[in-house]
Design a protein around this ligand. Sequence first.
Ligand code: CUA
Length: 354
Amino acid sequence: MRIRWHKCLGWLWPGAKCALQLALATGMFICTVAAGPPDQVTSIFKPLSTPAESVYESALLTLAVCAVIFLIVGGLLTYTIIRFRRRAADDSSEPPQIYGSNQIELAWTVLPVLIVFVLILVTARTIADVQNQPAPPDSLKVTVVGHQWWWEIRYPELGIVTANELHVPVSYEAKRKLTFLRLESADVAHSFWVPQLAGKTDLIPNRVNSMWIEPKEVGTYLGNCAEYCGTQHARMLLRVIAHEPDDFARWAAAQQQKGVEDAQVKTGRDVFFATSCVNCHAISGTVAKGRFGPDLTHLMSRDTLASGAAPNTPEKLRAWMRDPQTIKEGALMPNMQLSDKELDQIVAYLRTLK
Ligand code: CUA
């Protein structure tokens, strides 16, 4: 038989598109599942916290149901295309016309309704299970406030204020330790999402939302704001660092200290307090009490600057203060028009805020 290629061409594009989509989906799935330790993983398929495990289980069920539907529909479609394709011997008369079948129509209406209903019940149960978790008295309470474009993090019971990097104790089966987050917003809607720890929860102006996490392995968990909140929504990154209980206590004790006063960087300190930096930033134990920008009391204890936009190195810190727009376009921190000398002095001062 001679293959008539021009007839196959029509199938080429849809076929290629389908294959490409399948390859992409498989690739993404493998990448997310095969990823290694908690560091740098942002996959819901590698849950390491109770709420994330519930989300994972209901996602698997939904995927399985969809896969079965896909196989049945795709299989029937493929069978029909091959079995009833046009043949050389066909006359061009119309096939017999059929006007509906009550049984079949009933079946393909009732079955999907039942499937959707089961998925609704499972989802509602998962959400209820996660949301109804009462806060045990020994749980850690943290307030997270979304800002354009950074995260303010406060531990009211510990008297700690920090930004962008949330430190929590790890939770063990034998001694569970939950962290409850109170979520607020200072401006627009944001969304707190660390895929390995829990589902997304929005931070909405004039409203208090809550969620909880329970990291089960020590390490750094990455997340991101998951609700479009303006120009730098994509660089509103989140880091959750889970410590052994002792390490967490040590971290907390260090954060409770007032800002370091190092006589060697007095010039830098004077320049800092003479500019309007203090209107937006706070440094504990000083007159700087601004809340518009991140608290700088222990700036050097953080790994990143500008909510994950740059690593916390002297060079990047200097570049950030020289012109924030070069690191994060649209950032609300103004360019203070500092001279090179002033920049060096302030960087030297900020570097002592361990
Ligand atoms: Cu904050 Cu998107």
